[in-house]
Design a protein around this ligand. Structure first.
Ligand SMILES: [Fe+2]
Ligand SMILES: [Fe+2]
Length: 492
């Protein structure tokens, strides 16, 4: 933390602002991202990681959410595993400001951070408003397998009643994430909001360079209009965030090539409302919230959503409005080239004439057109480069994930084959044993039968012998009866 730099806001404000912004994109519930962030940070805290180490978690969450937004149809955190140059820095920028209480802290690695985020997502997805928080804490069983460290963290977290009550309560959870609130300088806030502007812009090639272009043009106009350096920095922040509420607008509407229906325009109108509501919550952001959140108000009172009058629209807002229209029409879009200078000037002057935007600022724009447009084009080009880098990285991440899944499927198939072979061998062993037992039993039976058979035969023989003996005996007896007479006769 650099104490020489003027302090502007604090970490909790920025994290809360980020959480509200991310939740605009969530189709699940208003506090979906906030809850996942809170649960994963609680898990990390139970595993012994301190505030300064949570940067890895926050940056991976941001990264995953940016990738999800680029994929748009799927807001899930799952399936993304790559590190990101563009967004990873954001969490680090934030958390390097948190004082380091212990030099020997363990480092939270990306792999572990991912697992904690996955478990947190599982927890939040399983949450049920009809189940009391502590009952849920006791009965929650993760479906996926997690490393021991993550499961241990969950077991410790189960004993922390407040954590589950917080999670269900769901208020200001990003503020709960870190225990030590720390001041943040204006320059660090600019870097943070630049990263948030990627979240806003990179959802669609139609808007990929918009916030960067608006911020750059607004700062130039502010400088020519005599705003001091601090005000110019605030103007950059307001420019980066002026379309924050567009995170809530579906891409189908953002990308519609043609006239919007009344219903679609009603949805578009909401974006400034959310920009204003989210930013006014952040410490130090009062002016920025007005400059950013009122950029569709018109000096003649016909703007939206507040319908402010000329007196209620501050100079910062007027600058933002001019910068927004100017950037929108000069930007290169997929369906058209940027508008040429003479046409842009014509349109801006017409707007001023209708009493919608400041004539004074249009004059400044016209007299410094080339300087302002060069800065805008330069910044837009850089934003465009980053956008394509992010797209490329998303594709790479998807490719890596596809390969990982393929390898996993192969590993699983091999494992299944191995298991089947082992099972077959086991079955074979069992049947061999069984056969041997059956043979032994059969032998025994045969022996027993043979014994029984021979006993039976012996008895039969005995009986036969007995019968024969009887026969012989009776023959003898018969003979006896006859013989004496015979012998008497022969003696005669
Ligand atoms: Fe806007
Ligand atoms: Fe805009």
């Amino acid at each position: 933390m650099n104490t020489n730099v003027e302090q502007f806001t604090d970490i909790k404000s920025l994290i809360n602002c980020l959480g509200s912004a991310m939740d605009l994109t969530s189709p699940e519930s208003r506090e979906y991202y906030q809850r996942i962030t809170y649960a994963s940070c609680e898990l990390a805290a139970q595993a012994g990681y301190v505030d300064a180490q949570l940067s890895e978690l926050i940056s991976r969450l941001l990264y995953k959410s940016v990738l999800s937004l680029l994929k748009d149809a799927d807001y899930s955190f799952h399936d993304m595993r790559l590190s990101a140059r563009n967004f990873q820095g954001m969490g680090t920028t934030l958390f390097k400001l948190v004082p380091d209480p212990d030099a020997d802290q363990k480092v939270l690695r990306a792999g572990t951070a991912d697992k904690m985020i996955d478990l947190a997502e599982e927890i939040v997805t399983a949450m049920d408003d009809n189940v009391a928080p502590l009952e849920f804490a006791k009965n929650f069983t993760p479906e996926n397998k997690y490393p021991g460290e993550v499961i241990n963290a969950l077991e410790i977290m189960r004993t922390k009643d407040y954590a589950w009550m917080n999670l269900f309560y769901g208020k200001d959870l990003f503020g709960e994430v870190i225990k030590h609130n720390v001041s943040v300088s204006l320059d660090d806030t600019i870097r943070m909001t630049e990263a948030i502007s990627f979240l806003i812009d990179f959802r669609s090639p139609f808007t990929a360079m918009h916030s960067a272009g608006v911020a750059a043009s607004a700062v130039e106009l502010a400088r020519y209009a005599g705003m001091n350096e601090t005000e110019q920095k605030k103007m950059r922040i307001a420019g980066n965030l002026h379309d924050l509420g567009k995170l809530k607008v579906p891409t189908a509407i953002l990308e519609k090539n043609g006239k919007l229906t009344d219903e679609e325009f009603d949805v578009i109108k909401e974006h400034v409302f959310y920009t204003y509501q989210i930013l006014r919550e952040a410490k130090g952001f009062d002016e920025i919230a007005e400059w950013a959140g009122f950029h569709h108000e018109k000096l003649n009172g016909n703007g939206y959503p507040f319908g402010l009058s000329e007196e209620e629209i501050p100079l910062g807002t007027r600058i933002m409005t001019v910068a927004d229209i100017f950037s929108a029409i000069t930007e290169v879009r997929p369906y058209r080239k940027g508008m040429p200078k003479d046409k842009v000037i014509k349109i801006m002057k017409e707007n001023a004439k209708r009493g919608e935007i400041s004539e004074y600022l249009v004059e400044i724009l016209v007299s410094h057109y080339d300087e302002i447009d060069n800065v805008r084009a330069e910044v837009s080009k850089e934003a465009g480069r980053r956008y394509f880098e992010a797209i490329e990285e998303t594709e790479k991440a998807e490719e890596v994930e596809r390969r990982r899944k393929e390898a996993e499927a192969k590993r699983e198939a091999v494992q299944k084959e191995k298991e089947a072979a082992a099972e077959a061998a086991r079955q074979a062993r069992i049947s061999a044993k069984e056969n041997a037992r059956l043979i032994r039993e059969a032998k025994k039976k045969a022996e027993v039968m043979a014994k029984a058979e021979s006993k039976k035969k012996a008895k039969e023989v005995e009986k036969k012998v007995e019968k024969e003996t009887e026969k012989v005996k009776s023959a003898a007896q018969k003979a006896k009866k006859i013989l004496p007479r015979k012998s008497v006769a022969s003696e005669e």
